[in-house]
Design a protein around this ligand. Structure first.
Ligand code: ZN
Length: 282
């Protein structure tokens, strides 16, 4: 264990979530940038693949032999009416199809918050479970794993009412592990007193993705002020040991939304710093 704890991460396990440089570059440039910096993993967003074209995105990613460590994103299950929920389900099936076309390791799910003008968080969570169950029937039939991403509770109203690893594990228990797991994003989960025990509970089979960045103290903007690894308060290395202790050997995906800092910098500089900080801090 002590030997493993001194080890830097394998640089080949670095992945870039394309949100990290989305203000500087279009997706084709991000793909080229990853290849140029010898970054082997990438996780694109749907709006970016739509802009570039799904087939063209897949072609470019294949030509550089990048691993798609996740596809962002599906989810947003709760809605005010049955008709809207059905539309969400249809859209989620399309997201699964796109993830397949990109040969993604999983479709990342941000599950959605309260429907419009609702205060019923319990019902929203039931709608998440039901929407997930419906989507699983399809995703299992085409073998595309779904990764529930618990989001920090500050997003419970508008983005995701699944806020802890424990809730995500509960959903996996209820709906079955086959093709269902968790995307562990440290920005959302680092504070959780049950972090270690719930990572253990998830175990290797449920750990589908590992997203890294840092929590700045103080944070200036709850959405767009994520920090570069090493600039904040998250013990990223300890978190990596925790997932690796369960057998996780997947990528470490850097996902930084930063309107004040990193989005204003040169894209090549950002990728260089990501590579260095990955080694130094993860
Ligand atoms: Zn994430």
């Amino acid at each position: 264990m002590s030997e493993q704890r001194n080890q830097q991460p394998d640089p080949g396990l670095l992945s870039i979530n394309t949100a990290t440089v989305r203000q500087q570059w279009t997706l084709d440039k991000i793909i080229d940038g990853c290849a140029r910096h010898d970054i082997r993993g990438i996780s694109p967003w749907r709006d970016q693949t739509q802009a570039l074209g799904l087939k063209e995105t897949a072609r470019r990613i294949r030509s550089h032999q990048l691993t798609v460590t996740g596809y962002c994103r599906g989810g947003m299950f709760p809605a005010a009416t049955e008709q809207l929920r059905q539309a969400n389900n249809d859209d989620n099936r399309r997201a699964v199809d796109e993830a397949l076309e990109l040969n993604a390791q999983c479709l990342v799910l941000v599950v959605g918050g309260l429907p419009e003008s609702s205060k019923d968080l319990y019902q929203a969570r039931m709608q998440v479970r039901d929407g997930l169950a419906t989507l699983l029937e399809y995703s299992r039939s085409v073998s595309m794993p779904l990764a529930i991403e618990p989001l920090h509770p500050m997003y419970a109203a508008d983005r995701a009412c699944i806020n802890t690893l424990e809730q995500a594990n509960d959903l996996c228990d209820e709906l079955g592990d086959d093709g269902l797991g968790i995307a562990v994003d440290l920005y959302h989960t680092w504070w959780d007193p049950k972090f270690s025990s719930q990572i253990k509970r998830a175990g290797k089979s449920r750990l589908l993705a590992f997203h890294i960045c840092d929590w700045l103290a103080p944070t200036q903007d709850l959405l767009l002020d994520r920090g570069m690894m090493g600039d904040g308060v998250i013990d990223i290395r300890a978190a990596r040991w925790a997932v690796e202790a369960e057998g996780y050997r997947g990528f470490h995906e850097v996902e930084i939304f930063s309107a004040r800092n990193w989005w204003l910098r040169d894209g090549d500089d950002v990728l260089s710093i990501c590579k260095q900080r990955h080694l130094d801090c993860c």
